[in-house]
Design a protein around this ligand. Structure first.
Ligand code: C5P
Length: 479
């Protein structure tokens, strides 16, 4: 099975959606509360609404048995599940008969790859497409939208945002690859997106240089990220002209030569302050940028990465509705709220990261793996964001990272990442799934990013399992 079979299967899949949509049914969309979930649901909602259906979206962190029971009792005409639902086909069938479809990119159990519900599950992995880096749920939803009606190609630009927000920019210089790059081409051909190679500072056209570096959290550079004064001093000492006729200069206004000076200055800072390989950081500061040309020049939505950050922020503080409003086109109230959410989100993250670096007892680092204890500090919804930022910090380059906190329901929530430049071969998704299941937890994910929940009483056992599995993987790879 490959891409050809995907396009073949999209047709009957979409015919079913069309018949449900055109009959004016009320469709309930259940989606994950991160940016990819928000975008995939918005794309499906837009395409169904254009067909004449009525849609409601609910964002959740997991598709649990309790939730399935609850939505069953609500008795909607039909259910679309996006960016969620792997392994739950039997449960969905028991509760909802055949009144559901799943659009997803997470790895699924073999019985769902080609089983009884084949025509109801559209998943990248069924077609040998790597859902970890070649397409995400937003991209899969876009393929559905495009098959339903070519007019839906205007949704290609937010599909690009979902891929970026889901950290699928894993090609050379942070480019999108595989099916994602095909969607980029469509968006480019429609004049919706432009792509260019540049420094990856946040606010390239809108912020003073030093602020642009300070607001850049990928890679997170301890001492520079979120420290505008240090960034200002760094550039000033390097001889960069910060103002032009009394006005702050932005990244878009400076020459290639000045960009090299800036990169050199950052490399020196990293090399002296964190005793780490500066080359990794510098590599990660140059990359492909995806610009949504039709957004306002001063809008954060112009840069796909900033757009994605806003949506992730909305989801993580449980205001996914604001993100959905933005994806569906609101550029007034919802966007204003989104901008406010991002400011608060950055402040919260900054406080978390300062505490983690200041309170050394929170870190256990053996040079190969680093465990971060976020208990009493991190809320469960922010663990993933903190892990993503720490994973790109030069301080932890080359390692496997595991961040945890105690959740409200008494379980431990873990987020795991392969850090910058990590060469360890272990598949984190498999590692986390096996180790969490062995202690009665639930988890999974992709090669370089994964997460789980485990019962709090089994923490030590889980950590032991993890450590021995990492060692086991190392020997297996070496032999
Ligand atoms: O929660 P976090 O962002 O750390 O999750 C990383 C990846 O692992 C995501 O792709 C998420 O969908 C996946 N995951 C999973 N099962 C879980 C938790 C996370 O597949 N129980």
């Amino acid at each position: 099975m490959g891409v050809n079979e995907l396009y073949r299967d999209l047709k009957p899949f979409c015919e079913k959606i069309r018949s449900i949509g055109e009959n004016g049914n009320e469709i309930f969309i259940i989606t994950h509360l991160d940016a990819d979930g928000i975008i995939s649901a918005s794309i499906i909602c837009s395409s169904l609404t254009r067909l004449g259906a009525k849609c409601t979206i609910r964002t959740v962190s997991d598709l649990t048995l309790d939730l399935i029971e609850q939505i069953q009792s609500e008795n909607h005409d039909f259910y679309m599940v996006t960016d969620l639902g792997g392994g739950m086909a039997n449960e969905l069938f028991k509760a909802l008969n055949n009144k559901w479809m799943i659009i997803d990119h997470h790895q699924i159990p073999s019985e769902e790859m080609l089983g009884d519900y084949n025509d109801q599950i559209l998943n990248a992995w069924k077609y040998s497409i790597d859902g970890g880096k070649e397409i995400c749920a937003g991209g899969m939803a876009y393929l559905v939208a495009n098959t339903l009606d070519r007019k839906n190609r205007d949704l290609s630009s937010i599909a690009v945002v979902s891929a970026i927000a889901d950290r699928q920019d894993q090609g050379d210089k942070k480019s999108l690859i595989g099916m994602n790059s095909e969607i980029v081409k469509t968006a480019q051909s429609l004049g919706l997106i432009s792509v260019d190679l540049d420094l990856m500072f946040t606010g390239r056209e809108t912020r003073p240089l030093h602020e642009a570096l300070a607001y850049t959290s990928f890679p997170y550079i301890d001492g520079l990220t979120w420290d505008t004064e240090n960034c200002y001093t760094l550039f000033k000492n390097a001889g960069v002209k910060m103002k032009d006729n009394g006005r702050w200069r932005a990244l878009s206004e400076i020459s290639q030569e000045e960009k090299s000076i800036i990169l050199d200055a950052i490399a020196k800072f990293v090399a002296t302050s964190s005793q780490n390989i500066a080359a990794n950081v510098i590599d990660n500061l140059m990359g492909y940028r995806y610009t949504l040309i039709n957004e306002d020049q001063r809008s954060q939505l112009r840069d796909a990465r900033e757009f994605g950050t806003m949506l992730n922020a909305c989801g993580r503080i449980r205001k996914a509705g604001v993100g959905i409003g933005i994806c569906m086109g609101d550029r007034n109230t919802m966007l204003a709220q989104g901008e406010e959410i991002v400011v608060n989100y950055r402040t919260t993250l900054r406080n978390y990261l300062s505490a983690i670096f200041a309170e050394k007892w929170r870190l256990v680092d053996d040079g190969e793996s680093v465990f971060v204890n976020g208990e009493g500090l991190l809320t469960e919804d922010m663990v993933s964001a903190v892990a993503s930022i720490l994973g790109e910090s030069p301080t932890f380059s080359g390692r496997l990272l595991f961040v945890r906190t105690l959740a409200k329901d008494g379980t431990y929530k873990f987020s795991s990442r392969k850090c910058l430049g990590c060469k360890i071969e272990s598949n984190l998704g498999l590692l986390i799934r096996t180790c969490s299941e062995s202690v009665g937890g639930i988890g999974g994910g992709h090669f370089a990013t994964a997460g789980c929940r485990i019962p709090s009483t089994r923490l030590e056992h889980f950590l032991q399992n993890l450590r021995s599995s990492i060692v086991h993987d190392r020997f297996a790879t070496a032999s």
